[in-house]
Structure formats: C-alpha cells, structure tokens
Design a protein around this ligand. Sequence first.
Ligand code: ZN
Length: 234
Amino acid sequence: MELIIIGCDGSYPSANGACSGFLVRYGQEALLLDCGTGVLGKLTATMDPARLSAIVLTHWHNDHASDLLTLKYYLEISKQSLPLYAPAGPHPLGDLAQSRALDRRDLAPGFVIGGFAVSAVSVSHPVPAYAVRVSAGGKRLVYTGDTSRVDPLPAFSKGADVLICDAAFTSAQWNPDMPHLSAEKAAELALQADVGTLILSHCPPYNDAQTLLREASAVFPRARSAYNGMRLTL
Ligand SMILES: [Zn+2]
C-alpha cells in the first residue's frame, strides 16, 4: 500500500498548498480520503481523478469536501462517475455536491472495494464525522479525519502501520472544547495504540509544524509532520 499526501493543511490552504486529501494506492486501485480545498488540481498532477476506485469523505466541512464541487464538473464533462462514501444524512455541501457523477453511499460502518477493506468509526466533531481504517495487502492505515477527542481511537487504531492524526494545535492552544486534537494528544493516541508511524496532519497555516512535531516527538518518537506531496510505502 502506498500513501501519497495530496494535501494536509488545516482549515484553509497554505500558499500553493491544499487542505485534506490523502491518496491510498494498492495495485491498480486507489482511494482518495477527503477532497478539501486545493486537492483536485494536485490530484490531477498525480493521476486521472476518474480512475479512482472511490472517494471517502470523513465529514462535510469545507476544508475536507469543497473540491467535490469542481470534481463533479470534471466527472460530468468526462461522462464518468465515482462512488462517494460519506456520512449519511443531509448537509448543505452534500446537496451542492449532488450529481449522478458522484454515486453517494453511506460510509458507516465501512465497505470493501477492490483490494481495500475500509472500516469507519464515529468521532467527536461539530458535525457527524468518522475516522477510517484502510486495510490492504496485510497493512493497515488509520486516518482520524477531524476529531476533538481521542476516544474511541486507541482500540480502532491498535497496531496500525500508519496513523494519520488530526494534530492542529499546540498544547498551549488546546482545551477539551476545541474541535481538533493537539499534537501531544495525537502522540498519546499513537503511544496507546502502538502504531508504527504517526503522521501529524491538519496543521493550520498559522501554526508552526516544527513546534507541533517537537511536542509530539517528546511523547511518541516515531512522529512525522505531514507535508503536501509526501509519499510513504507501507
Ligand atoms: Zn472539520
């Protein structure tokens, strides 16, 4: 399994960056986890988006979903369609993204497509949101999406080869009412779950990724900062 980080900026994209979009490849199959602002252009530089196996949307926040609105134009114009696994229920952005080109299906509790098995678990965020676990070829990748709490992720992430975790805030910025985790909380989760590698994601452009990495590494040394274009083989 190969992970290519198309985008990982939090809340809004950095200059020439992109918000959340994680491409997971296995053989000829490819899943896109989230499709935030700036993802479509960078994805197109990597592969034809119409050749994705499916899109997985963790939640309907703009920085995770906005490029679905232009992806649907791409698919409509090229007369193609893709499965879109997303949280059930109505959402204004979901209504805007509605199209025959995006075959919407419920994300929970998971699905199998090609060589991928995907499980989803509900997490705490201001809108319905899920973490996903992607298994293929004997490897496991967990992506938390956005979450304000670690539970129920220690069990869900247990022994994962790679954990991509919301780590938006410094310890000084974080409190339990925040909609995202801190880098330190992400590292505590990685330690509890005994994952192989922790990838810190969702760093907003106003925060310093090195500070977040330093705070996480003090708890979990196998932490790395996500960056746009990062590639990792599991
Ligand atoms: Zn969010």
